[in-house]
Design a protein around this ligand. Structure first.
Ligand code: NG6
Ligand code: CA
Length: 515
């Protein structure tokens, strides 16, 4: 049975939802929500978080008038599990098949799952997703016919409108999918996709490096699209291929159109940009502008996208009652598979701020991401160091909307609206996080415990400490934010307690008061 069929009576019926702008007497009402998700952008990458080599004025404006979080986490150190957890309110490690998804993965969130988009829809909002998806499409892995309507798709899990990249910029198929259909496809040039083998006669990065404009540093040597070799093989669909230097502009104009088209009714927009994931190909307006190579240029372009959204909301008179959230799906990485000059140009810039690790990592820089909540009439330019996680947005939105959820929905999500609004100082008591190998850690208050596990301590390709170790680790984050001193020898009792706590959480929600 569909979970969503179990919906309890609404606390606020959709009929009672006024247009976001029609708030009586300036009282807070249900705001529009625009959630702008960056990809692989770190907590040290914006000027409002202390970066001096980059200037991000639009994001800074949101921070200066919103709430800037210093201890907010994505649920995982890579994209697919972070996004899964955020949209379902369930830790990704509870569900098999939520690791980094191939471009031909089947839909990971199945239609019977009650999602954050369903919640907004039930509350009377129009819902949209624009940008990087990376949570699979279609019924069966590798069995999609990309020339037909893909089903199930994002519209089956609560999004009224979708304009998405199936997976990532570095994975085939390199096309946009609009409401389940590949955009601009010529039926005489059908698309074929395989993650197992090449199509006869098609060039690859491995065999034809002379055709490349950007060379892989590791992996990424399969099919060549726009002079860039990708992960996976594809053939055909020439008219539908995206142009890499136009992705940010295309997605931003999609976001603007969505807002314009829904200006008279409440809306929820999940705007998932591809900046600054590889391959990094900024538009000509930003290429070379940061002095930090393409990664820095893409961060500037991300800031521009944020500015475009803000300007649109202001122009339409919606800004005062729109909650803008800016965050990232995991921590930073500099060389994630292409020689694009970003390593050489990095200089003194520290995308990971003072934290250890980066994307893929157990350490703080894996998941401690930039995060800003900005609702002009309700937030005031504060900084919060509460322990928080994107997994909590689901229950927090339910709280904000006064909307009940079906039983069993968003099981790991905690409603913390006042904390996200900067009105309360405390957040979660504890938080479980996952690294690339889906190994878990637990943070409780000031302490972080990383159980012993298999898997590499360091990945030399990306030059990041992944943090796996055959020995347990425990850090006092209050005294040692850089996780430099492993106190395992001194904190045996605490580790035992935290280990038991983690086991209980893994074991299910039995006997453990989660909220
Ligand atoms: C890795 C890719 C990396 C990136 C990552 C997913 C290789 C060698 N590396 O497997 O480039 O695509 O997957 O990134 O293929 S994420 O931000 O979408 O999780
Ligand atoms: Ca990512």
């Amino acid at each position: 049975m569909k979970l969503k069929n179990l919906t309890l009576p609404l606390l606020a019926a959709p009929c009672c939802l006024a247009n976001a702008n029609a708030a009586p007497e300036g009282k807070p009402t249900k705001p529009n929500v625009v959630f702008i998700y960056a990809d692989d952008i770190g907590i040290g990458d914006f000027s409002c978080y202390g970066a001096t080599a980059l200037n991000t004025p639009n994001i800074d404006k949101a921070a200066n008038n919103g709430v800037r979080f210093t201890n907010a986490h994505s649920a995982a150190a890579t994209s697919t599990p972070s996004r899964y957890a955020m949209l379902t309110g369930e830790y990704a490690w509870r569900k098999a098949g939520t690791g980094i998804a191939d471009g031909d993965a089947a839909m990971i969130i199945r239609p019977d799952r009650y999602t954050m988009a369903d919640l907004f829809k039930d509350a009377g909002f129009t819902t949209g997703v624009i940008g990087k998806w990376h949570l699979g499409l279609g019924a069966e892995h590798g069995k999609q016919d990309w020339n037909k309507h893909l089903s199930p798709n994002t519209q089956d899990i609560g999004f009224d409108y979708s304009y998405i990249m199936a997976a990532t910029g570095d994975r085939v198929p390199c096309v946009f999918v609009k409401n389940g259909l590949v955009e601009n496809l010529d039926p005489n040039d059908p698309i074929e996709v395989s993650y197992r083998q090449n199509f006869p006669g098609e060039p690859t990065g491995k065999n034809n490096p002379e055709l490349l404009t950007m060379h892989p540093s590791h992996g990424h040597d399969n099919s060549i699209v726009n002079g860039i070799s990708r992960i996976g093989f594809m053939k055909g669909g020439k008219s539908a291929l995206w142009q890499d230097n136009k992705i940010a502009k295309t997605l931003t104009s999609q976001a603007i159109s969505f807002i314009e088209g829904n200006k008279d009714k409440p809306f929820f927009l999940y705007f998932a940009t591809q900046d600054a994931h590889v391959p990094r190909v900024p538009s000509e307006d930003f290429a070379g502008k940061s002095g930090l190579g393409p990664r820095g240029d893409c961060i500037l372009e991300f800031d521009w996208s944020v500015g475009q959204v803000m300007e649109t909301l202001e122009r339409l008179g919606l800004a005062d009652n729109t909650l803008i959230i800016i965050s990232s799906d995991n921590g930073p990485v500099i060389d994630d598979g292409y020689h694009d000059g970003s390593v050489e140009a990095l200089g003194e810039h520290t995308p990971w701020s003072v934290y250890r690790g980066g994307k893929y990592s157990h350490y703080e820089a894996g998941t401690r991401v930039p995060c800003i909540w900005y609702w002009p009439t309700q937030t005031k330019g504060t900084v919060s160091d509460a322990l928080l996680c994107q997994i909590d947005w689901f229950a927090t939105f339910a709280e904000m909307l006064g909307q009940s959820m079906p039983e069993g929905a968003a099981p790991d999500s905690q409603p913390l609206f006042n904390t996200w609004m900067g009105k309360k100082k405390t957040g979660r008591d504890w938080l479980v996080l996952q690294n690339l190998q889906n190994n878990l850690s637990i943070t409780d208050g000031n302490w972080k415990y990383i159980p012993a596990s298999g898997g590499p301590a360091f990945n030399k390709h990306v030059n990041i400490e992944i943090g796996n170790s055959k020995d347990p680790q425990i850090y006092n984050l209050k005294k040692d934010e850089g996780e430099k001193v492993n106190l395992a020898d001194k904190e045996e009792k605490r580790m035992k307690k935290m280990s038991e706590q983690l086991e209980k959480i893994i074991d299910g929600r039995r006997g453990l008061p989660l909220y």
